[in-house]
Design a protein around this ligand. Structure first.
Ligand code: DX5
Ligand code: ZN
Length: 234
């Protein structure tokens, strides 16, 4: 199928803070301590590119002060290029823009790299994954949306697995091991399929922050699913 580094230990879980209590982000971040989460995913929504509105610069700055986890900002905003410098100054380690919102995607990714951040580009479920092919060499992270962006707690769109496979094959053909991130509806029931298709980072909101035994248990459960599935297939 694909030649991704399909070793369970190399899969990154990035909890999405969108699913936490917005009035108590400090406790949410603290609840990840001691877990193997490697990055914190922060969904920035502007009420224009998507119907919802979430966090601004000050929240990103506070989160950066509260956690040692690198912050990856998923920018679901129009004209993302206008705000890159400020988000970088607030402590972003990675900035991901949407291909649909960024007509000059090549230039925008160059700018992100010049700011010293990891450069990411995302595609909505209705956007062909080939939108990312022309910027392959500038991508640190390719984000495949497995729900329509805007809200947490939606159902994983299974037909997106083919898109992940196609993207992984493309990177393999280009001799690249670019991170493929999957965002939306990642649960114990879908995580292994996403990894088998070639994903290397799983964003998870609801299944981590709404886990009955706490966020660290949510991360552990996803990891366990991935480990058992990788073992089964190796
Ligand atoms: C959706 C966001 C996601 C969201 C995922 O637009 O980009 O990051 O937090 O939430 P879950 O894991 O609940 O689908
Ligand atoms: Zn997201």
């Amino acid at each position: 199928m694909h030649n991704s580094p399909c070793d369970a230990a190399s899969i990154v879980i990035a909890p999405s803070i969108l699913a936490a209590d917005p009035c108590d982000l400090g406790s949410a971040v603290a609840s990840l301590e001691g877990s193997s989460a490697k990055r914190l995913h922060v969904d920035i929504m502007d009420g224009r590119f998507v119907p919802n509105i979430t966090f601004g610069f000050d929240t990103v700055r506070r989160l950066h002060a509260l956690t040692a986890l690198p912050l990856e900002l998923h920018l679901m905003i129009v004209e993302p290029e206008r705000h890159l410098e400020r988000f970088a100054a607030c402590g972003a380690a990675g900035l991901t823009v949407h291909a649909e919102a960024s007509p000059h995607l090549h230039r925008t990714l160059q700018t992100i790299r010049e700011l010293g951040c990891a450069a990411g580009a995302a595609v909505n479920p209705g956007t062909p994954v080939t939108a990312l092919f022309e910027v392959t060499e500038l991508l640190d992270c390719a984000l495949v949306m497995t729900v329509n962006p805007g809200f947490g707690g939606q159902q994983f769109i299974h037909s997106m697995l083919r898109k992940i496979e196609r993207l992984r094959q493309h990177f393999t053909d280009c001799s690249r091991t670019t991170d493929i991130e999957v965002d939306g509806g990642i649960t114990a029931a879908t995580a292994a399929d996403a990894v088998a298709a070639g994903a290397t980072t799983l964003v998870a909101g609801t299944s981590v922050f709404h886990h009955p035994d706490g966020a660290a248990a949510g991360v552990r459960e996803l990891e366990a699913c991935i480990t058992s599935s990788v073992k089964k297939h190796s």
